[in-house]
Design a protein around this ligand. Structure first.
Ligand SMILES: Cc1cc2nc3c(=O)[nH]c(=O)nc-3n(C[C@H](O)[C@H](O)[C@H](O)COP(=O)(O)OP(=O)(O)OC[C@H]3O[C@@H](n4cnc5c(N)ncnc54)[C@H](O)[C@@H]3O)c2cc1C
Length: 375
């Protein structure tokens, strides 16, 4: 069997590796370089704590477990840190957070409330919390991932298992003979294949169009900036009320804010003032960051299918076409790689993916007891 995987972000590279590992002939094609698109612009915090939908929570919990298994198996060079803090400003939001932590802990998910003083003493000495008694949610097992590094390692492993990687070249067409995938066109060359995996992230709608399928994506740009520091003043990841901050290696910190994202507008164009606002928000939480020099700033487009949930697996109508399109791809890459490869090779449709199949009508969420926390 020959499979073309379109896109070598965290999702496509994980699928390509799993397929190649099982002896499949794999053609991994990326118009750029592995992990350099959305995966480079990600806050890259792997978690299940930010969602309430039960099916999505289950998929993400398995995703975390698989990601940990991957780190045990491949080595942890792409795990930047483990642990996450979250706190709220308003009292009502703090009460909600307490409730959420209690619900998660009751399910066996590692989550606890600590005081700000404890968080300063034991976890993040440089963070300025509202007061020493302020409640802070601590999720000790949620990792932050160096997603580009992971995608590069998975691509190399796929190649080591015999995959062919065509990098810096886009797939221009996907051939279909009546209802069956026949080939992909890269440059002037057509490659015969039995199956195509659409893992093109925010461009997956264009790849779907190549077979006449409409894949609607919600367009949501996000700005992340990396700040250069002599020594990173944070150890792990955190959601403060207005800004998210995480370590990005020994000398860098990555920052992101939904408040700034909402000002980018539909074009996603980031002005210097947006980066300044982001840094200023980060400086209010970690004073050392107020003057830190931006090393780079990028806008990524979250690959969010039409109803906000992943689109994973085969699509009816065209035999050999598979979709692997999702927000939270960093959290889900390991489980998606495993389950999609299995589905392609054995036609087994895993129950975890049942609510997220490409041909569903809108995913129906059980009414959450409180709104999901923002990612
Ligand atoms: C601001 C922001 C914050 C985020 N925070 C988190 C978070 O904390 N946790 C989390 O889990 N997720 C988070 N995400 C989402 C996560 O980053 C994405 O879900 C994930 O990176 C998607 O990976 P991917 O491999 O699907 O896409 P990408 O990384 O975009 O890879 C797709 C690849 O396809 C290639 N491609 C596109 N079209 C073609 C073509 N025609 N031919 C060949 N190649 C093509 C591109 O070059 C690209 O390399 C965040 C995203 C953003 C933008």
């Amino acid at each position: 069997m020959k499979v073309a995987v379109v896109g070598a972000g965290v999702i496509g590279s994980a699928i390509a590796w799993r397929l190649a590992q099982r002896g499949t002939e794999v053609l991994l094609v990326d118009s750029g370089q592995p992990g350099e698109a959305t995966s480079r612009c990600s806050f890259a915090w792997a978690n299940a704590s930010s969602v309430e939908d039960p099916a999505y929570f289950a998929l993400r919990e398995h995703g975390l477990r698989e990601l940990k298994g991957l780190a045990d198996h491949l080595g942890t060079r792409w795990v930047l840190a483990t642990g996450h803090l979250r706190w709220a400003a308003a009292e009502a939001d703090s009460a909600k957070l307490r409730g959420r932590v209690a619900a998660l802990a009751a399910r066996g998910y590692p989550a606890e409330i600590v005081t700000a003083r404890h968080a300063n003493d034991a976890i993040e000495p440089h963070v300025r919390f509202p007061d020493p008694h302020h409640p802070v949610a601590h999720f000790p097992t949620e990792p932050s991932i160096d997603a580009p590094r992971l995608a590069k390692q998975l691509t190399s492993l796929a190649v080591a298992h015999g995959a062919t990687a065509l990098l810096g070249r886009p797939v221009k067409a996907v051939g279909v003979n009546r209802t069956r995938i026949t080939d992909v066109t890269v440059g002037a060359t057509s490659y015969p294949v039995d199956a195509v995996v659409n893992a093109a992230g925010p461009h997956s709608d264009l790849v779907a169009k190549m077979i006449g399928r409409e894949l609607r994506l919600i367009e949501e740009p996000g700005l992340v900036a990396r700040l250069r520091c002599t020594t990173a003043p944070v150890r792990q990841a955190m959601h403060a009320p207005c800004v998210e901050i995480r370590v990005d290696g020994r000398h860098k910190v990555l920052i992101h804010s939904r408040i700034v994202d909402n000002k980018l507008g539909p074009t996603g164009y980031a002005q210097p003032s947006h980066i300044e606002e982001l840094r200023s928000l980060a400086g209010e939480v970690v004073p050392e960051l107020a003057d830190a020099e931006p090393a780079d700033a990028r806008v990524g487009w979250r690959p969010i299918p039409w109803d906000g949930f992943p689109s994973l697996g085969s699509a009816a109508g065209v035999h050999g076409y598979y979709e692997a399109v999702t927000h939270s791809g960093v959290t889900l890459c390991a489980i998606v790689g495993l389950l999609l490869a299995d589905e392609i090779l054995t036609d087994a449709k895993h129950p975890l993916l049942a609510p997220f199949r490409p041909d569903r009508s809108d995913h129906t969420t059980q009414a959450p007891s409180s709104p999901p926390l923002p990612l």
